[in-house]
Design a protein around this ligand. Structure first.
Ligand code: DOR
Ligand code: ZN
Length: 340
């Protein structure tokens, strides 16, 4: 059994870095392990212009400790009436790496999201033409659809028709949580990929209700039944190039989690790579960690892989109850891998 693992440095293809003081608190947690990260645009107000993305990128760089080599990759927040020209010029100028589709009101700060995919059809045409990836929060928002069925329903109602309407559009189905999503991505062509979070590999929906209501395990899309978790573990550790790392680390203040209507989001950045390593180890698939964490993402985004390496050692570490006042994923637990 390998006790040490050296892989090409990984990237995080989906993270929430927030802004202002929260940004300063969390950016190093991501930058310590990941060379690049796709940064979500769901700020208040959302990042809908090239100028806003440029300014946000500068704030991230300013907040990141100088000794860490970290490149934030910015995303545009799609709205019903975002102009094609804004998306295209941002992509061509190297400011926008991708654009993010939040169905309106699907999750945190998504009120300005898209109300009907048909309204952005010309933007999607443009993105397909220029090769710009579309990142999708894949849940329907209809109140009459059970919260645990929202992802599977999104595939049928929206994602399948979308891939038929725009076969050349390159799509990342973000933070998938169901076997339906695994199957759909697995049977699609190379234009469709998916990110998988550490928490959806570790917990099923029971975690939210273990002995009481545990908001620290509440995120969107919510964790599903055990059989879905097992399907995600199989996909992530399979070596299939369409599945890659995206933590969806989403920090919230304690006051936002410890309340009668708590925010969705799990803060996993401080130990994300070790958390994934544990899953790959448990699945006897450590040899596939590098593909998932460091190769498949750059291949999909058509970016070079990182040129340096990171080493993990099989060494227990106790995850603290709090990291900078925030409850990290795995708080109080022992992880069996440590970054050297
Ligand atoms: O759990 C989540 N938190 N899911 C999302 O889609 C958004 C995120 C956040 O911004 O807090
Ligand atoms: Zn997210």
């Amino acid at each position: 059994m390998a006790d040490q693992l050296t892989i090409t440095s990984p990237d995080d293809w989906h993270v929430h870095l927030r802004d202002e003081q929260m940004l300063e608190r969390v950016v190093a947690d991501t930058a310590r392990a990941f060379r690049r990260a796709i940064v979500m645009p769901n700020l208040r107000p959302p990042v809908t212009t090239v100028a806003a993305a440029r300014a946000y990128r500068e704030r991230i760089q300013a907040a990141c400790p100088a000794e860490l080599d970290f490149t934030p990759l910015m995303t545009a927040y799609l709205t019903d009436d975002i102009p094609c020209e804004e998306i295209e010029s941002g992509f061509r100028e190297g400011v926008f790496t991708a654009a993010k589709l939040y169905p309106a009101n699907a999750t945190t700060n998504s009120a300005a999201g898209v109300t009907d995919l048909l309204r952005i059809d010309s933007v999607l045409d443009c993105m397909a033409r220029i090769g710009m990836p579309l990142l999708i929060h894949g849940e329907v928002t209809d109140a009459d659809v059970d919260v645990f069925d929202r992802e599977a329903t999104f595939i049928e109602r929206h994602l399948k028709p979308l891939t038929l309407r725009h076969p050349d559009l390159r799509i990342v189905f973000e933070h998938i949580t169901t076997e339906q999503a695994v199957d759909f991505v697995g049977s699609a062509d190379q234009n469709l990929a998916a990110t998988i979070t550490p928490h959806h590999l570790h917990i099923n929906r029971n975690a939210m209700f273990a002995g009481g209501l545990r908001s620290d395990f509440y995120c969107l899309p919510v964790a599903k039944r055990e059989r879905h978790r097992l399907a995600l573990r199989k996909a992530a550790t399979s070596g299939d190039a369409r599945f890659f790392l995206g933590t969806d680390s989403a920090p919230h203040e304690r006051s936002g989690k410890e309340t009668s209507c708590g925010c969705a989001g799990i803060f996993n950045a401080p130990h994300a790579l070790e958390s994934y390593a544990q899953v790959f180890d448990e699945e006897n698939a450590l040899d596939c960690l590098e593909a998932f964490a460091s190769r498949n993402g750059p291949a999909f985004y058509r970016l070079p892989v990182n040129s340096d390496c990171i080493t993990l050692k099989r060494r227990d570490q106790l995850v603290p109850e709090l990291v900078d006042g925030l409850v990290p994923f795995h708080a109080g637990q022992i992880l069996s891998w440590t970054i050297v």
